[in-house]
Write a protein that binds this ligand. Structure first.
Ligand SMILES: C[S@@+](CC[C@H](N)C(=O)[O-])C[C@H]1O[C@@H](n2cnc3c(N)ncnc32)[C@H](O)[C@@H]1O
Length: 323
């Protein structure tokens, strides 16, 4: 046990040094969808004798030679088991993405493992819309929670834009997400972000002024934690539970912001219908539902689990508890 803790602490230090090194080099990298990422990798594999960049190593996650990296950084990553050997070359076991001027550790490509930690286009859209939502509100928040936090990118952005906030909990049931979240928060210099292991609200105490989440929303054949939104409601089970359970955890004037994907059938809209039913009994709640993109993850419609689905839409659900 002690040995595992030591490895984690050493890895944490090593990853913080990696982030600092990249920051000094003005590293920026926008994480794109796995399909687009794969296309760029195919394109890059055609090129020969190209100089390997930091973006190639920590963004595109290409195999590299020892001499491609700063010697001290290479030694540090190797010593802390953060590199994998492949055909005599090395692959980083983490990637680093940027959002505005912040950097975030997330999982290596491809994200096929059960405990992969997600960062991608949904993260950018989620944080953007969350910022817009907060900018339009005048109430102050003292206690907030990001459920299904992944790298905690949204919580970290929030902490920087809402200075009076006292406590931000970031919760996930993937220990690796919590490990990366702690590193990302430390790197951002934010001491009051607390990662907590929790299946939605199960291990969280007390009420909140703000609850926000971008949960998994697909029906993933491999049931990967960062992708699978539950077996009920065509993958929208977690999204629905966040609203249902979240309403009970809001302080008066508290609000909930959900960014999610919704599977829509040709003749019905099960998620919205369930939401309308739930809200009928909530006299002190005001809420909105808006579609921000009518069609994402179109390739999923080829999957057996999606044969009764016409499209997957991105939606925002905003809930406020009146006094
Ligand atoms: C799509 S990722 C989103 C991560 C992050 N919110 C973002 O926008 O980048 C979904 C996250 O939800 C977590 N998750 C899945 N089921 C969960 C549950 N029942 N309770 C808490 N977290 C969960 C996964 O481990 C994963 O980190």
């Amino acid at each position: 046990m002690n040995q595992i803790l030591n490895i984690e602490t050493d890895q944490q230090q090593a990853l913080l040094l990696l982030l600092n090194f990249l920051k000094q080099q003005d590293y920026q990298f926008t994480a794109i969808t796995p399909l687009s990422h794969q296309r760029i990798l195919a394109r890059k594999s055609q090129l020969t004798n190209q100089k390997m960049t930091l973006q190639d190593i920590f963004g595109w996650n290409l195999a590299f030679a020892e001499t491609d990296l700063d010697p001290e950084l290479f030694a540090l990553l190797k010593e802390n088991q953060l590199l994998r050997i492949q055909y005599g070359q090395y692959l980083s076991l983490v990637r680093v993405a940027s959002l505005d001027h912040d950097l975030f550790i997330h999982s290596s490509f491809p994200t096929i493992e059960q405990d992969s930690v997600f960062f991608g286009p949904d993260t950018y859209r989620f944080t953007y819309h969350l910022q817009q939502f907060l900018a339009a509100r005048s109430h102050s928040f003292k206690r907030a929670v990001e459920l299904c936090c992944g790298t905690s990118a949204a919580a970290i952005q929030l902490a920087k834009s809402v200075p009076n906030i006292k406590e931000i909990i970031v919760a996930d049931l993937n220990p690796k997400a919590l490990f990366y979240s702690q590193i990302n928060a430390n790197f951002a210099g934010l001491k009051y972000i607390a990662p907590i292991y929790s299946n939605l609200f199960d291990h969280l105490d007390g009420p909140f002024d703000l609850i926000f989440a971008n949960p998994p929303y697909l029906i993933d054949a491999d049931q990967r934690q960062y992708r699978h939104g539950g077996n009920q409601m065509d993958g929208c089970e977690l999204s629905f539970r966040i609203i249902q359970e979240g309403i009970e955890r809001l302080n008066p004037q508290g609000c909930l912001f959900l960014y999610t994907g919704v599977a829509i059938r040709p003749d019905s809209h099960p998620f919205l219908e369930q939401l309308e039913k739930l809200m009928v009994s909530k006299a002190n709640v005001s809420w909105t539902y808006e579609e921000i993109d009518p069609d994402v993850f179109g390739e999923e419609l080829d999957q057996p689990a999606y044969q009764h689905i016409e499209r997957i839409a991105l939606v925002l659900v905003k809930v406020e508890l009146r006094v």
